[in-house]
Design a protein. Structure first.
Length: 168
């Protein structure tokens, strides 16, 4: 479908983020298993639960609006997930991998923050405040996840990685 209106664009972007969220639900358990730091593993697991709720919010938006999502793959998220898989192949389990996984997941969060910010602006433009409210709830969770990862990195993940590097 050609994107000729803001509504078309909104449907396209919502379909894209739906695919992104689905891909993240598959990646997060793998990241949790690879983490040595239990706080980090817990953060990945709790964001997985949040992500499942975010997918349900998109389903709700589809119900409210009657918009039909397109079957598509978010290739940006595919790339980010692929990069996280490379980390698992290339880095031994431990503090350094933990630090790398925090970075990889923060890239995911920032992609999502940008996507939901855009979707909220478009929903408001379309006069769909109920939809904007649902998307805002998800945006808050993405920002929260990003901040939690920063805090974990500051508490030790990255610091420990730096120390390991110095010793080497
Ligand atoms: Fe998400
Ligand atoms: Fe997220």
């Amino acid at each position: 479908m050609a994107r000729t209106t803001i509504e078309d664009l909104f449907i396209h972007e919502l379909s894209d983020v739906y695919s992104a969220e689905k891909q993240i639900t598959k990646a997060l358990p793998r990241l949790a298993r690879a983490s040595t730091n239990p706080t980090l593993a817990e953060a990945f697991k709790s964001h997985l639960e949040e992500t499942q709720g975010q997918i349900e919010r998109i389903d709700q938006i589809v119900e409210i609006t009657g918009f039909k999502l397109k079957r598509m793959k978010c290739v940006a998220m595919e790339g980010l997930v692929e990069e996280s898989k490379e980390l698992l192949d290339e880095i031994e389990k431990g503090e350094v991998l933990d630090a790398a996984l925090i970075g990889a997941c923060q890239k995911v969060e920032h992609y999502e923050i940008a996507s939901y910010g855009t979707l909220i602006a478009m929903a408001k433009h379309l006069g769909k405040d109920d939809v904007a409210a649902l998307l805002t709830a998800t945006l808050a969770e993405e920002k929260g996840a990003d901040e939690k990862l920063s805090a974990i990195a500051e508490q030790g993940g990255n610091q420990a990685a730096t120390l390991t590097k110095k010793k080497a």
